[in-house]
Design a protein around this ligand. Structure first.
Ligand code: AMP
Length: 304
C-alpha cells in the first residue's frame, strides 16, 4: 500500500492504471477505522482493480469546533488496517492541500439537505460533505465510490450531487455494520462511557421496534413512531429526531404501506449518534422455506 499526501502524487499514481482501463474504487473516510469502514474497503477490493481510501477529517462539515477537535484520530492503526484490507492507495491530505488559502467554492445540494441532519447540524454540514466529496471525485476520478447506509441522508445527498453534476461514478451504498447488541459502529462510539455505550443500543432497538410494528401490520406512522420513541425514552434518550420518511425524497409519510426509511439521531452525554434502516412493511418470508426457494430472499438490506 502507498500512502500519498498530495493531489499531484495521487494523480500521478492513478494515471497509468486509468489509461490501462483499470477499475478504480474510492472509499472516502474520516479515519479512526472500524469494521464499518473495512466492509466498504472489502467491497471495493472485490469490485475494483485499484482501491483508493481517502482519510481526511474534513473541517468544513463540522459545525462545532469542539466536535472537530475531539474527533478520534488514529493514523498509524488506520494505515495498518487499510493495508490489511488490501487498499492500494491511502490518500491522507492535510487541510491546506484540500482547502488552500484562496479556496472559495461550495458545492451545495438543496432540498434533501434541509430536514433531519440538515436541520440539526445546519446546512453547512452537508455543504462541507458535498464540497469535499466533489473534490475527491475530481482528484481520483473513481469508477465506483463507496458509502455507508448508516449515514442514509448523506448517501442520498451524494447520489443527488453526483447525478446532478454528471460525475461519471457509480455510487455504492453498503449495509451498516453493527455490534452484537445492534449498535451501529461509529468512530464516535469511543467517546461513550460504559453506561452510555449500553444506552446507545436503544437507537437500534427503536429502529427494530419500528420495523416490527409495521411488519405486524401497523401502518400509522405516528403510532409506529411513538413505539420507537418509547424505546428511546426507556433508555433516557431524548432524540433529535426519529423520522419515518420516503426513502428517495425524505418526505414524511401518511401511511407506511411501501418501503420507507427510518432514521434516528440522539445525543448521549456529549456524543451525537445517528442510525437508520430501510424497512419493507411486507412481512419477512419464513426463513427456512425461503432460503430453499430463494425468490423472496432479498429482504435483508438494500442500499438507499
Ligand atoms: P466516516 O469516516 O464516519 O465519515 O465514514 C466513512 C464512510 O463509512 C461513510 O460512507 C459512512 O457512511 C461509512 N460508515 C460509517 N460507519 C459505518 C458502519 N457502521 N457500517 C457501514 N458503513 C459505515
Amino acid at each position: 500500500m502507498n500512502t500519498v499526501a498530495t493531489i499531484a502524487a495521487l494523480r500521478d499514481h492513478l494515471a497509468q492504471p486509468r489509461r490501462a482501463g483499470r477499475r478504480i474504487g474510492l472509499v472516502p473516510t474520516m479515519g479512526a477505522f472500524h469494521d464499518g469502514h473495512l466492509s466498504l474497503m472489502h467491497q471495493a477490493r472485490r469490485e475494483c482493480d485499484i482501491v483508493v481510501v481517502s482519510l481526511f477529517v474534513n473541517p468544513a462539515q463540522f459545525s462545532e469546533a469542539g466536535d472537530l477537535a475531539a474527533y478520534p484520530r488514529n493514523a498509524w492503526q488506520d494505515a495498518a488496517l487499510a493495508e490489511r484490507a488490501g487498499v492500494d492507495y491511502l490518500f491522507v491530505p492535510d487541510v491546506a492541500e484540500i482547502y488552500p488559502t484562496a479556496f472559495a467554492t461550495t458545492v451545495s445540494v438543496s432540498e434533501l439537505t434541509e430536514p433531519l441532519e440538515g436541520r440539526h447540524r445546519g446546512r453547512g454540514h452537508f455543504d462541507g460533505v458535498t464540497t469535499v466529496v466533489a473534490k475527491l471525485f475530481n482528484i481520483v476520478s473513481p469508477d465506483l465510490a463507496y458509502f455507508g447506509q448508516k449515514d442514509a441522508q448523506q448517501a442520498l445527498v451524494i447520489r443527488r450531487m453526483s447525478e446532478d453534476l454528471a460525475f461519471p461514478v457509480e455510487i455504492r451504498v453498503c449495509p451498516t455494520v453493527r455490534d452484537l447488541d445492534g449498535l451501529a459502529l461509529s468512530s464516535r462510539n469511543v467517546h461513550l462511557s460504559a453506561e452510555e455505550r449500553d444506552r446507545a443500543a436503544a437507537l437500534h432497538r427503536a429502529l427494530r421496534t419500528v420495523r416490527n410494528s409495521v411488519r405486524e401490520g401497523e401502518r400509522d406512522p405516528e403510532v409506529v413512531r411513538s413505539r420507537g420513541l418509547a424505546e428511546l425514552r426507556d433508555a433516557g434518550l431524548e432524540p433529535d429526531y426519529l423520522a419515518l420518511v420516503d426513502p428517495q425524497g425524505l418526505e414524511p409519510l401518511e401511511r407506511l404501506d411501501e418501503e420507507f426509511l427510518a432514521l434516528v439521531a440522539a445525543r448521549i452525554g456529549t456524543t451525537r449518534l445517528i442510525d437508520s434502516e430501510l424497512i419493507q412493511p411486507a412481512a419477512a418470508p419464513p426463513p427456512a422455506e425461503d432460503a430453499a426457494t430463494g425468490p423472496h430472499g432479498s429482504v435483508a438490506s438494500h442500499p438507499a
